[in-house]
Write a protein of this length. Sequence first.
Length: 344
Amino acid sequence: MILLNQPSLKQDESGTRKHHDIFPISYSTLDVRALITEILSCYPIDTVEKCKFWHRGLSDVYSVKTLTSRYFLRISHQHWRCQSEIDFEVELLDFLHDHQLPVAYPLRTIDGKLFIEINAPEGKRYAVLLVKAPGQVAIGDLNVNQSLKLGATVAKIHQVSLNFKPSVYRQPLSLDYLLEGSLVAIAPYLKTRPTDLNYLVEIVFQLQTQLQSLPQTPPFWGICWGDPHSGNAHFTSDDQITLFDFDQCGYGWRSFDIAKFLQVSLQSGLSKKVREAFLIGYEEINPLTEMEKNHIQALTQAAHIWAWAISVINAEQFNYSRLDPGYFTRNLEQLKRLHSPDWQ
């Protein structure tokens, strides 16, 4: 484990190192009281009534309640996101909100900033205050009408964001990143399973060969949400939609967002009729070419390998016990199903 910002060791009179002033850390849980006084006080919001640690995932999320409104305060993890990556995401959300697209957008501070830098013990972390998406996650997962709406909303994001001009660079969702980078994260755990490792390496090679012909020019290539699925969208009682969690956004193939939706939906057991409704809703706004449709199965496999790698990286930091042999067997079996002729 790499430990950042390590405090210096104390020395005795002979110069022998004895112990740290403060033991080195790789992750800290920030104090809620300090978040209220030091971070939330920087925003033009009402008096905070409650701030509670809500969820630890790829970032730390706090539920914030004021006298009149609810928000979510998201704190990045030092090992996962750097400043430019946060900057790109919040600029995109701000852009989409300005263009009347239904996203949980970031509030600006009193000074007009979209995020606040925190000098945490392990290094720089970044705080973003987001409006709470109205409604809730679809009960019992998506129905056909909700899936149609989700697909159409993703299509509108793809169209509108062709005019997005970020001020910073973010790693695109390229083949090197989705496949080669993911293989680097997963492969060490399969060293004692050479047959499985060879299978994964062969699949990655096949996918690179199949997908390298996809053009990296608009409209085929543009802003991707990166994680479209039912768990990242709220619906009100009258099915008004709001999207959230753009942590995995970046430039990529628009058809990759369709593939990522399918990868998550197949894993969760969403019905074929509801899955098909997503693509119907998408194409009512933004039709895909036959070439793009022909590559969706390959992109769905790439999405699975990428999600698998992200899960491994997160588990290494917070839940190493999850990385048992059964975990890798399940992911390999899921990949084999996605690779099969009857994958849907």
